[in-house]
Design a protein around this ligand. Structure first.
Ligand SMILES: NC(=O)c1ccc[n+]([C@@H]2O[C@H](COP(=O)([O-])OP(=O)(O)OC[C@H]3O[C@@H](n4cnc5c(N)ncnc54)[C@H](OP(=O)(O)O)[C@@H]3O)[C@@H](O)[C@H]2O)c1
Length: 238
């Protein structure tokens, strides 16, 4: 598969890109920090050139999303799937969130999810199918708790996936959502299990575990949609 991965300059997106290339797929790397994307592309292309291309850009910009799709098509001739991991985080009480933080959060997580899906969809429809996969947080599923802003934006992403799935099913486009509990951000992709535990209980997922889940969803046979996969560490208090 040729997969467009947003948010691949760091964190979960970067790990998914590594796992995807290791599994034989090619990737288009999109995020704002071009130098981090370049470094990752060099790593991924070292064993076998041509596996990764870089498109620096902002998912909240329709022009940048269009450019990411165009670059991917020029490089690989086709795009099969999107994995949208671009996201940000604000966990202040809602009355203390600045107006700028609201704009930034909605811009990345909501406008970004909409714009990047909109940019790739015409190509997927024209080729007769493909997959759109979005990453979400538990607050989009369990909304009766803070942070309020996170619950609001993640609920919007859930709405996008749940509604779009029905609209594009007839064109062979599969839409999936991965809802995540806590994920280890600063450790290696696959740290030792005890690093992810607290008082003998699993409190965080590894990024490698999330990447395996994403590749599982992307590799289902055509016609099989994993609507949603909820992945949580067993000891996380919900
Ligand atoms: N980590 C967790 O515990 C956790 C739990 C539940 C859900 N999630 C979700 O998983 C996703 C990834 O999280 P993460 O932990 O990997 O976060 P992360 O390490 O902070 O990575 C976020 C990525 O998004 C990119 N990004 C941010 N704003 C962007 C924009 N406007 N345009 C393009 N790219 C943008 C960042 O790159 P640039 O700064 O270079 O643009 C970065 O590559 C998020 O949607 C998050 O909500 C994470």
């Amino acid at each position: 598969m040729n997969i467009l991965i947003t948010g691949s300059s760091s964190g979960i997106g970067q790990t998914i890109a590594r796992r995807a290339v290791a599994a034989g797929h090619r990737v288009v790397l999109m995020a704002r920090r071009a130098s981090l994307l370049q470094a990752l592309a060099e790593e991924l292309n070292r064993p076998l050139p041509g596996q990764a291309v870089v498109v620096p850009g902002d998912v909240g910009s329709s022009a940048d999303c269009e450019q990411a799709v165009k670059t991917g098509l020029e490089a690989f001739g086709d795009l099969d799937a999107l994995v949208n991991t671009a996201g940000t985080w604000v966990d202040l009480p809602f009355a203390e969130v600045s107006y700028e933080e609201i704009e930034r959060f909605v811009h990345t997580d909501v406008t970004g999810a909409l714009q990047i899906s909109r940019a790739l969809l015409p190509h997927l429809r024209a080729r007769g199918g493909g997959r759109l996969l979005h990453l979400n947080g538990l607050q989009g599923l369990l909304r009766q708790r803070p942070p309020v802003l996170y619950a609001a934006v993640e609920s919007a992403v859930r709405g996008l996936c749940e509604s779009l799935r029905w609209e594009v099913a007839g064109q062979g486009v599969h839409v999936g959502l991965i809802t995540l509990g806590a994920v280890a951000n600063t450790e290696p992709d696959d740290p030792a299990p005890d690093v992810l535990q607290h008082q003998g209980q699993r409190q965080r997922l590894s990024r490698g575990e999330v990447a395996e889940a994403a590749l599982f969803m992307l590799s289902r046979p055509p016609g099989v949609n994993v609507d949603e996969l909820v992945l949580t560490p067993l000891g996380q208090q919900l």
